[in-house]
Ligand binder design. Structure first.
Ligand code: HXC
Length: 515
């Protein structure tokens, strides 16, 4: 056969395989409001940058009539491409081929691209749309999952791993996304659960729809399993691209710097955001925007545990990770969920050389039987652990309240912060003046002719003595008390002088964080 004919043969073969499960299955996919796996990859990556591998892989299953079935690409597409020029390894499960179910060869393909991402030290993006373990392939499918989980774990903290849930992701299959750094979901398309509605009905007699059990809203608002929520696949891909622009390719690099831009100070006048009255709420994101390049704050887990705010921004062109208490929600307390949220983000930033900037305004950890019984001790400890463990530049601004354990946990000097600045309205104390006066002057208040007058007087006394930044500044716990409008200048300077920071810790296999 001439080379020309061989090329024609290749083209024909390709054409056939590129159709995945065929026209009917593609029609069904489109009718469900979903893109095909290949469309997803093309939309996500830079134009013409995708190169596919293992297109001609076929399954080897023989039981249950599988020997009569052809499953193109074995239901998954793998390859490499770029996002804003950054190299990416990607896989996308093809639901049109046997429901994107995971058999031996399907798993091998995913393993291959994961290994490639690790060897090349580039981010991995996995698009999940699958009925789970291919039932006909039995233990081989289970083995496949195990090998993916193992690779997710080994790659953790070495390359960024992103999971996109664009269809069902059921049973043990959910654990690969759960082991990765960022999970993206799309309204009415993503469905994630360990046991589906059918099993729940059989075992517990409870009725629930897939959407109510594990839809996009559930995972972005209630469980915290998802980091980004989108209304459409296109919006989701734009979110992924933006995320990729903020993070480095691997743990030996820094995120690519961008052109520095000034914040939009007309929109976010920093001196006017935080009310003087410590009980009055405000949106901490406005403070972040007020200091951030172009006031462009890319929030993560925006819909869950909203009492803490996390996300990326840039200072003078360089990526930083922001953590801030949110006085709009529960006065910005730390609780079980917000501790988990903050701690995981801090660990991501530390693993990937992203400096941490913390804005503090909280009355402490949330009191209550529910919180105690939900393990606020263990969850809260994660924040202490994550900040203490972090060796990237760590800069703190105490804006207003910094009480008790909350003060310590939010990247205080005592956890080895590099710079701690306080605004003049900062109150650094064991607890709020009201609570403190009621405890330490209880007897005096009780025995007074006018207890209310004495109580007010004692609160004032306590406020004057402790509810300010100067006691901490006098001990050197706060480096400098600054005016709000000096925040960006000092932040820029602190980041500049921290560029070559060295913080060596004792050698160990790994720590044992309070998971
Ligand atoms: C083999 C599967 C499959 C599977 C779907 N298909 N899931 N084939 N193994 N797990 C096939 C269907 O037979 C069908 O093939 C095609 O994919 C499309 O599926 P439909 O059912 O027609 O699609 P839809 O109505 O949209 O329903 C999607 C679904 C449903 C909800 C995902 O297919 C489903 O419930 N599948 C089984 C889910 C499941 O129990 N998986 C195992 C989980 S346990 P044809 O040829 O008709 O087009 C697990 C353990 C992992 O994953 C453990 C790791 C540690």
């Amino acid at each position: 056969m001439s080379l020309k004919r061989k090329i024609l043969e290749l083209q024909k073969k390709r054409e056939k395989v590129l159709k995945g499960g065929g026209d009917k299955a593609i029609e069904k996919q489109v009718a469900m409001g979903k893109m095909t796996a290949r469309e997803r990859i093309v939309t996500l990556l830079d134009e013409n940058s995708f190169h596919e591998y293992d297109l001609f892989v076929e399954h080897e299953a023989r039981d249950f009539d599988m020997d009569k079935k052809v499953l193109h690409g074995d239901g998954v597409i793998i390859g490499t491409g770029t996002i804003y020029g950054a190299p990416i390894c990607v896989y996308a499960q093809d639901f049109t081929v046997a429901g994107g179910s995971l058999g031996l060869m399907h798993a091998r393909k995913i393993g291959k691209i994961m290994d490639h991402a690790m060897k090349m030290r580039v981010p991995l993006i996995g698009i999940n749309d699958s009925g789970g373990a291919r039932i006909q392939e039995g233990v081989n499918s289970l083995a496949g999952y195990g090998e993916i989980f193992y690779r997710n774990t080994v790659a953790s903290g070495v390359i960024p791993q992103i999971s996109v849930i664009l269809g069902p992701c059921a049973g043990g299959a959910v654990y690969s996304p759960a082991l990765t750094d960022f999970v993206f979901v799309v309204d009415k398309i993503s469905k994630m659960f360990i046991t589906g509605p059918g099993v729940i009905k059989t075992v517990l007699g409870e009725e629930i729809t897939m959407e109510e059990l594990g839809g996009a809203k559930v995972h972005s608002e209630q469980t915290g399993n998802a980091h980004f929520y989108a209304e459409s696949e296109v919006e989701c891909f734009n979110q992924i691209k933006k995320l990729v622009s903020f993070i480095p390719w691997n743990n030996n690099q820094k995120a690519k710097p961008m052109e520095p831009k000034e914040p939009r100070t007309d929109e976010y006048p920093i001196s006017e955001i935080v009310p003087g009255n410590p009980k009055e709420p405000y949106d901490i994101r406005d403070v972040i925007r007020a200091v951030n390049d172009d006031s462009d704050f890319f929030e993560i887990q925006e819909r869950w545990a909203k009492n803490v705010v996390i996300g990326f921004g840039r200072i003078n062109g360089d990526t930083v990770g922001f953590v801030g208490n949110q006085p709009l929600i529960l006065a910005g307390v730390l609780d079980v969920d917000s501790s988990d949220k903050a701690a995981r983000f801090i660990r991501f930033c530390n693993a990937f050389n992203i400096p941490l900037v913390t804005f503090v305004d909280l009355p402490g950890y949330l009191p209550g039987v529910d919180q105690e019984h939900a393990g606020v001790i263990r969850h809260g400890a994660k924040v202490l652990y994550a900040y203490s463990e972090a060796t990237v530049p760590k800069i703190t601004f105490i804006l207003r309240k910094a009480y008790g354990g909350g003060y310590i946990a939010m990247n205080s000097r005592h956890l080895n912060a590099d710079f701690v600045f306080a605004w003049p309205g900062a109150e650094i104390a064991v607890m709020g003046p009201e609570g403190a006066a009621n405890i330490i002057f209880r007897r005096e208040i009780q025995n007074a002719d006018d207890p209310e007058k004495v109580r007010k007087q004692k609160i004032k006394e306590y406020k004057q003595k402790f509810a300010n930044p100067y006691v901490a500044a006098a001990k050197g716990y706060v480096d400098s008390v600054i005016e709000p409008q000096e925040t960006r200048k000092l932040l820029t300077h602190a980041l500049e002088v921290s560029k070559n920071k060295v913080d060596k810790r004792p050698n160990k296999k790994h720590g044992i964080p309070p998971f």
